[in-house]
Design a binder for this molecule. Structure first.
Ligand code: CP
Ligand code: NVA
Length: 307
């Protein structure tokens, strides 16, 4: 059966562990596995801008012996002109997998339903599961076993990153705190899905409006841009509404002394995070950005093995 990664809870805890273990092995020995030797091609489609995702998939696919075909929707028939399902049927005759950064989660679901090759969500409005595999790898490297760790997210709780932290971290058995204004609280259905998964793994999700309470004693402090791609028109309101959730040195001081700071990047220094924090000694954001490469290679190897 073809497996896809459309949202973080598409993976069980055991599957997530297997992929992170594989990522650690591939980081140690970068050219160890060549499942795309031939070379086979992987389509990597972008409806939104990207630096890290574009580079890490292109480099990772090449490392695995394959050829990345980077497609911008603006120059393709996808995006209003042809359905995701028809696009998938065309692509599957020629590529080994499809990676897609898009807006609506529904498009990814249609793409996956219409094809026999793995489909990977490279960020949607709702989730960013590739980023979470890299983040969990980074946390493993700096903090050891994931289960039982407390991660606190600050800012837009309804964003793709907050939703992915909830689903992926409870899958790993972690405790997730999301601190946001009530109007930016995570979607109810995602909270319910995270709660269900947490009941199986021993993890938990807690929602806060008070940033200081959420930071107290946390192992990992995390934030993301206040203005996600597609939300540019709301910029002024968001800067006003989310101001109290900035990650400052004072907020970091409330977490455990050995806490780490992560951020998927790109970052707006002075808005969601102070420069002193993201450029300070507790920040591991450059490891996190590098780990996109290793985690996504492991994901592709795993998906191709399953399918
Ligand atoms: N973190 C992340 O996905 O970065 P890009 O938007 O540059 O791909
Ligand atoms: N929440 C951000 C993540 C960027 C990698 C966005 O969607 O723009």
């Amino acid at each position: 059966m073809t497996r896809h990664l459309l949202r973080d809870d598409d993976l069980t805890k055991a599957e997530q562990d297997e992929i992170i273990d594989l990522a650690i092995a591939l980081k140690k020995d970068r050219w160890k596995l060549k499942p795309l030797e031939g070379p086979q091609t992987v389509a990597v489609i972008f409806d939104k801008s990207s630096t890290r995702t574009r580079v890490s998939f292109a480099v990772g696919i090449a490392d695995l012996g394959g050829v990345p075909l980077i497609i911008s929707t603006a120059n393709s028939q996808l995006g209003g002109k042809e359905t995701p399902a028809d696009t998938a049927r065309v692509l599957e005759r020629q590529v080994a997998a499809i990676v897609w950064r898009t807006y609506a989660q529904k498009g990814l679901e249609e793409m996956a339903a219409g094809t026999s090759v793995p489909v990977v969500n490279a960020l949607s409005d709702d989730f960013h599961p590739c980023q979470l595999l890299a983040d969990l790898l980074t946390i493993r490297e700096h903090k050891g076993d994931l289960a039982g760790l407390t991660l606190a997210f600050f800012g837009d709780g309804r964003s793709n990153m907050a939703h992915s932290y909830m689903l992926a971290c409870v899958t790993a058995g972690m405790h997730v705190r999301v601190a946001s204004p009530e109007d930016y609280a995570p979607r109810d259905d995602v909270v319910a899905d995270a709660d269900r998964r947490a009941a199986e793994t021993g993890g938990s999700v807690e929602l806060y409006t008070d940033a200081n309470e959420a930071a107290a004693g946390a192992d990992i402090i995390v934030t993301d841009t206040w203005v996600s791609m597609g939300k540019e028109e709301e910029k002024l309101a968001r800067l006003r509404d989310l101001g109290a959730y900035k990650v400052t040195r004072e907020l970091m001081a409330l977490a455990k002394p050995e806490a780490i700071f992560i951020h998927c990047l790109p970052a707006d220094r002075g808005y969601e995070v102070e420069a002193d924090v993201i450029d300070g000694p507790q920040s591991v954001v450059w490891d996190e950005a590098e780990n996109r490469l290793h985690a996504q290679k492991a994901l592709l190897v795993w998906l191709l093995r399953q399918s």
